[in-house]
Structure formats: C-alpha cells, structure tokens
Design a protein around this ligand. Structure first.
Ligand SMILES: C[S@@+](CC[C@H](N)C(=O)[O-])C[C@H]1O[C@@H](n2cnc3c(N)ncnc32)[C@H](O)[C@@H]1O
Length: 182
C-alpha cells in the first residue's frame, strides 16, 4: 500500500534526523558489516536517514535506495545529493536481477508492509542477494506478531540467522536487529 507522507510527518522526520542522526541512524549504519566495496540495497530508504551514513562507508561500492513513496524518494535524493555512488529507484520491491547485492538492509520498514504483501517483498529481497550476501533488518519489538511473520518468511527462504540483538532506539523504543546470511 502506498502511503505518501504528510508535511508534518516529513517535518518530524527531518527533526529526528537532525537531533538523533548520529545516535539512531549512524549507529545502525556503522554496525553494518561492510568493507567498502560492496553493492548494497537500502530498502524503504525514506528520506535517506541511514543511507546518508552508509553511502560514505562505500568508498569503492554502490548503494541503491528504493522507496515506494515518490515524495520520500525525492527528499532522499536531496539528502544524498553529494554522493556519486548512489542510485534511486521508485519501487515497492527490488526490481533488480537476482544476485545483485552483497547486502540488503531494511530499517523500520518491514513492519509497515501489509501481511498480504510481505511474502512477495521478502522473496524479492532474498532473491536480489548474492549467495553469501547479508540481510539485516531493524524493526520495533512491540510489533511482535509482524516480527514473527517476518522471521518465519526469512527462515523459509533458507537464510541462516547469524546474530540478533535488541537495541533501545531513542523516540522509537526497543527494536530487534537481526543479521542473516544467504
Ligand atoms: C518508517 S519509514 C523508514 C524510513 C527509513 N528506512 C528510516 O529508517 O528512516 C518506512 C519507509 O518504508 C517505505 N516503504 C513502505 N513499504 C514499502 C515497500 N513495499 N517498498 C518500498 N518502500 C516501502 C515507506 O515509504 C517509508 O519511506
């Protein structure tokens, strides 16, 4: 389901990025196990909060930012205007050929997707990963039912859980952060 953000939502997100950019988004981006030459997908990039910090780590790599919302994607282009190693795609699931990415991450995205659409989205994300590639999500812990569906779909896809941790995210509460390998 496409949801275009209202002005207030955009304003509040920009405010959160300004005040919590380092403690929320940079902290997550810095934990991504990257060397710097990978091809990475930020699925549901929003205004580019995490992408802003990931792109600078990919000194010899490439970041693809996908969002279903044209308005968020337009803002994301502005947030990342200084970077040459980023591609922006307006889509509801990865449209890339299979085995395109070394890493796919979703930061507070999957819990927003309707149950009926989740299977197709997770399948496409997994397909877009190279063998040995990494899938990482961080989603709110209070969405317990949705988390169970997400975890079930990922393990059905034969990905192996490498690690899981609970992080306390300012403004958003506790979140589950899990790392899987294909
Ligand atoms: C809560 S925001 C998180 C944005 C960003 N990842 C962050 O942490 O700031 C969720 C984002 O996922 C996007 N989204 C939701 N469903 C999507 C889908 N099926 N495909 C691509 N993007 C989607 C929304 O448009 C929105 O930008």
């Amino acid at each position: 389901m496409i949801h275009e953000p209202a002005r207030l939502e955009i304003f509040l997100t920009k405010l959160a990025f300004f005040f919590y950019g380092k403690s929320v988004y940079k902290a997550f981006a810095d934990r991504l196990p990257l060397v710097g030459n990978e091809r990475v997908l930020d699925f549901g990039c929003g205004m580019g909060t995490v992408a802003y910090y990931t792109a600078r780590r990919l000194t010899d790599g490439h970041l693809t930012c996908i969002d279903i919302s044209e308005r968020w994607l337009k803002i994301c282009r502005k947030t990342l205007r200084g970077y040459k190693n980023v591609t922006f795609l307006h889509a509801g699931a990865p449209a890339q050929p299979e085995n395109s990415f070394d890493m796919v991450y979703c930061h507070f995205v999957l819990h927003d997707i309707a149950d009926s659409e989740l299977e197709a989205v997770v399948t496409a994300l997994v397909k877009s990963l190279k063998s040995g590639g990494i899938l990482i999500f961080r989603e709110p812990l209070n969405e317990a039912e949705k988390l169970n569906i997400i975890k079930g779909l990922i393990s059905q896809s034969q990905l192996i859980l490498k690690s899981s941790r609970i992080t306390d995210v300012p403004l958003m509460g506790n979140a589950l952060e899990s790392v899987y390998i294909k």
